[in-house]
Ligand binder design. Sequence first.
Ligand SMILES: Cc1ncc(COP(=O)(O)O)c(C=O)c1O
Length: 393
Amino acid sequence: MDELLVAQINDELKTLKTEGRYRLANELQSPQGPEVRMDGGGRIMLSSNNYLGLADDPRVIDGAKKALDEFGNGTASVRFICGTMSLHQKLEKKIAEFLNVEAAVTFISCWDANVGLIPTLAGQDDAVFSDALNHASIIDAIRLTKAKRCVYPHRDTVKLEQLLKENNGARRKLIITDGVFSMEGDLAPLPELARLADKYQAVLAVDESHATGVLGEHGRGTTEHFGLQGQVDIQTSTLGKALGGSCGGYVAAKKTIVDYLIQYSRPHLFSNALPPAVCGGAIAAIEILQTEPQRLKRLHENVSYFREQLSKLGLKVLPGETPIVPVMIGETATAITFQKGLLNKGVFVCGFGYPVVPKGEARLRCQICATHTKEHLDRAGAAFKEVKKDLGL
Ligand SMILES: Cc1ncc(COP(=O)(O)O)c(C=O)c1O
């Protein structure tokens, strides 16, 4: 009965292929690291969120193995039925202590954390204020609410204030933003958002996924970077990037808010808990972040070094201070050709085109890690130079 559906989808897939927009699987034949194995050969990895280089750290792997041995493969249940292990509580306590907040609750991903947070807190009589470039998980989470949706242009706090004024009568007002925007690598204007939240008695929630373990003196994210501890009400983040690169997410906030999510958030109530191995790996990753501040320092040295190198080549690099270094190319097909050229020269960078980014704004998103050596970054810079020349850009 699915002949029509398959024919329709095949047409769409064919179009992607003819327009050069079909995404490749990018198979990795090794653990994630500064260098990986692809197509049987070594490649410098410039396309992972493994910011602190912990995804293949032996201590993280050991933490995961020990948890697997002690607690088995999984909970075989959602949390409130029979699926909360002492290990989940240990991880949640660790996250709350690390962030210096009252409490945290974990989800199977940060996608689920956002979906667990937004529709639970914002209902029919409420209003949600969201940056236009927020992550897809925030956009989809807002689609699940019955609240009024107020999307403001990227980082436009003047427009945000206007929307707050217009919706001042809402029962609850929730401002939600990425801390670091994943396609741009820029930061939310958090001090101004905090000021507006205070002025209009709104709740401020920040998704710190690309900032956790990356920004702030202790790697606590944009909240710490801007010195806004206590003014950002709710933080969501992932365990799948700097904190070990596996999966898992969390919401961290006042205990009352976390308790409420445990009672009502649907991913918590209707989906299994994090696997023990993931919890064990994440606990080890947070401990490494707390005891090895040199990783954070090294990450930022690498970021400055690589940004400077690419800028010298005359490539259009979006300015910023984060490890996300977008090189603007323009057309999606050109970005994909550039990506293939780099891959042939031993460097893996992912090209992003429409619909992930707006039409005509395709880019190569480089991501820098603490474990890249200067030699990796030099080799990657040389590959960019050669491919740019080959393509006549
Ligand atoms: C800002 C932001 N939020 C949420 C997510 C989703 O995180 P996870 O992979 O844990 O679902 C991502 C991942 O790309 C992200 O960049």
